[in-house]
Design a binder for this molecule. Structure first.
Ligand code: ATP
Length: 674
């Protein structure tokens, strides 16, 4: 007994005596081929514009000849007799001499005609023109779409009537671009004004900051808060006020994400409220952990925390490999009377060093962690493969899993809030994310395990993105890519150049245009080193390089010298592209065009900081121009202009440059020999 039965439709004149299934297939194939040949013959004999009509006529004739029943009754027959299946076995056709593709096409056409006959002519052959041929040519695309939909509907209808699956309908369809749908919190952020200068808020207007901190701010020359600070500081303070303990009278605070331009003052936006929230603590425990991608950035943030914590009882400790592991361990805790005692309230660290301390049980206890600050958050998401976040989470919530879980400070990971989950009350962990290029990719943000996040952003394009709830009611809007924040005072230029002219252009910007201090970026440390040597050989410019070629202490000294104005031109890799706050950089040169838009934004963001103005020039080879300008425009740049350097302005430096080039070859040879 056969497991599967596949009935075939052999036409109205199906010969009941043919019981053998194989011969039935052959019969069907022969019949279809016969029809195809007839069609071909008719087409050849008729003028072009009428070539399709006789086929249709012939078909109708055949219908009549084979079956005297009117068309309507045939349809009825279909409805009441669900034993007929309209299928076609392609393998049957492969054994013949004609090219397989041609054959399939022809047979498919005839099969469709068969379906057409049964369905009252509703299924149209893709190649058969309908009445009003001219119109059809004009509306070819629409017609194609309608035809496809109709065929699909008819196929579905026949399947429903007969109970058999109609095979086919696998035409190629153009792939539609997927509309990006953002979750509500990403699509509708709290808006931060990009224009710092005209949106300053007096410090006294922000409630909840202690007199001690206000005084500190004023001593540091800060009279007003920048827009990002005026929005974010009250939000963090409010959540800290309400949510130090969850349970009766408290609630789990929402995580906070901030996306604001480079140099807009994001550091103080978390330093001030965190210090304020922890100021009244009684027992010293690690309650705030700030994670940054590099040593230099950790150092910078630690300095700000230390400055504002001065005069309070709060202790700030840095774990970034500047000191030995043992020294860092000693700064974290001490043993007194057989008890471990924390020596740190705020820890500033890098992911690698943090994981080391957690794994080696160095005395870094995160049981009481209240704030987890993730600065340069987009970069930190990229480094999630180090699993640093899961290690932190494990350390924070481990007190909820052991026998000590009965403790009043039992902590559980965020989940649904129920009466049971609120008892006993527990310390919440709140994540604070900051970046100038925070991704809008929900899939990436998902990795951070955010709890009811709230976004503060100055990106203007969010309004274009439909939210999940809007989607069902509104028409789809234009596709929005990730768009970023550009500082208000920044002016962007690009300079069309050739490879050989690039060093001359750098010299032109330093010596003729006098734009120093200049921060010049290359794409590799080798390129940075070569350019540095070349500029030195040319002479007349105080230059330095900044890359992983230098030791951490050399890098620190170089940055200090640059900040103090001892260096006119700092040639750097992307090591100095992110977060580094160097006062007074007038101009950024992209000696090598950056490959990614995020890199571009962070590089040019080293100037035009804190509401000041700045210039950014990107050197572009002819082949790079189109793609680079497109990338920058799509990222939301307010506009990048062309800057032309007249060849005559470079002429006076050419001889010196040629000489320096010759010397460079031997210097590099010597270096390699060493
Ligand atoms: N309210 C303020 N008044 C005056 N200066 C401020 C104020 N807030 C911050 N600044 C200064 O602005 C500069 C930039 O601040 P910060 O480094 O925090 O920017 P950022 O937004 O973190 O930049 P990036 O995204 O590049 O890291 C710093 O030198 C800081 O001292």
């Amino acid at each position: 007994m056969s497991l599967f039965l596949m009935n075939r439709y052999l036409g109205d004149d199906e010969d009941e005596s043919v019981s053998n299934r194989e011969s039935r297939s052959k019969l069907l194939l022969a019949k279809l081929q016969q029809k195809a040949k007839e069609k071909e013959r008719h087409r050849e004999h008729l003028p072009r514009d009428q070539s399709h009509q006789p086929v249709v006529k012939k078909k109708r004739k055949t219908e009549k000849g084979n079956n005297d029943e009117p068309r309507i009754s045939k349809k009825k027959k279909l409805e009441v007799t669900p034993t007929v299946s309209v299928t076609f076995d392609i393998s049957d056709a492969v054994s013949h001499e004609e090219p397989a593709k041609e054959k399939k096409k022809k047979i498919k056409k005839d099969t469709k005609q068969e379906i057409n006959d049964q369905s009252g002519g509703l299924v149209k052959d893709a190649d058969t023109p309908v009445a009003g041929g001219d119109k059809q040519v004009n509306m070819a695309e629409e017609e194609e779409e309608t035809k496809h939909n109709r065929t699909k509907q008819d196929t579905e209808r026949i399947s429903a009537q007969t109970g058999f699956t109609v095979l086919g309908g696998f035409e190629n369809k153009p792939v539609q671009k997927v509309q990006r749908i953002l979750p509500q919190w990403l699509a509708k952020p709290d808006v931060i004004n990009r224009d710092i200068k005209s949106n300053l808020v007096p410090i006294s207007e922000i409630q909840g900051i202690s007199a001690q901190l206000v005084k500190k701010l004023e001593n540091n020359g800060i009279q007003h808060f920048f827009p990002v600070q005026a929005e974010v500081i009250p939000a963090i303070l409010e959540s800290a006020h309400q949510g130090l303990l969850i349970g009766r009278g408290g609630y789990r605070p929402r995580d906070i994400c901030v996306s604001a331009p480079t140099g807009s003052g994001k550091t103080l936006a978390f330093v001030i409220p965190v210090l304020q929230a922890l100021m009244k603590r009684v027992v010293c425990e690690v309650r705030a952990l700030a994670v940054l991608p590099t040593k230099e950035l950790a150092q910078q943030v630690c300095k700000v925390f230390t400055t504002y914590a001065e005069g309070t009882t709060l202790k700030v400790v840095m774990l970034a490999g500047q000191k030995s592991f043992a020294a860092e361990q000693a700064s974290l805790s001490e043993m007194r009377g057989g008890m471990r005692r924390s020596l740190a309230d705020i820890v500033v660290t890098t992911p690698g060093r943090l994981v080391d301390h957690i794994n080696k049980n160095s005395g870094l206890c995160l049981d009481q962690l209240r704030f987890l600050i993730i600065d340069e958050a987009d970069r930190m998401i990229d480094s999630m493969h180090h699993f640093w976040l899961s290690q932190v989470t494990k350390s924070v919530y481990r007190s909820g899993s052991g026998p000590e879980a009965v403790s009043i400070f039992k902590r559980t990971e965020p989940a649904f809030v129920t009466a049971a989950s609120l008892s006993p009350p527990q310390m919440p962990l709140q994540k604070l994310l900051f970046s100038a290029t925070l991704t809008q990719n929900p899939e990436k943000l998902q990795q951070l395990g955010l709890y009811q996040p709230r976004l503060f952003s100055s990106v203007h394009s969010h309004a274009n993105s439909p939210t999940c709830s809007q989607l069902s009611t509104s028409e789809p809007t234009s596709q929005t890519e990730d768009r970023y924040n550009f500082p208000e005072g920044l002016t962007e230029y690009y300079v069309h150049c050739t490879l050989t002219k690039k060093p001359l252009l750098v010299l032109h910007f330093v010596l003729r245009m006098k734009l120093s201090p200049i921060l010049c970026f290359t794409n590799s440390r080798e390129a940075a080193h070569r350019l540095f040597l070349l500029v030195q050989l040319f002479g007349g410019v105080q230059a330095a390089e900044f890359s992983s070629r230098l030791s951490p202490s050399e890098r620190k000294r170089t940055l200090k010298d640059f900040e103090q104005g001892k260096i006119q031109l700092l040639i750097s890799t992307d090591a100095a592209a992110r977060g580094i706050d160097i006062n007074g950089v007038k101009c950024v040169l992209n000696y090598d065009a950056p490959q990614y838009v995020r890199t571009y934004i962070h590089r040019i963001g080293r100037t035009a900081r804190a509401g000041k103005s700045g210039l950014a020039f990107t050197f572009l080879l002819a082949v790079q121009e189109k793609n680079f300008l497109k990338m920058v425009a799509e990222a939301g740049s307010p506009g990048i202009r062309k800057h032309i350097v007249q060849p005559k302005n470079l002429r006076s430096m050419e001889a010196g440059y040629e000489q320096a080039l010759l010397e460079l070859a031997s210097v590099i040879k010597e270096e390699k020999a060493k």
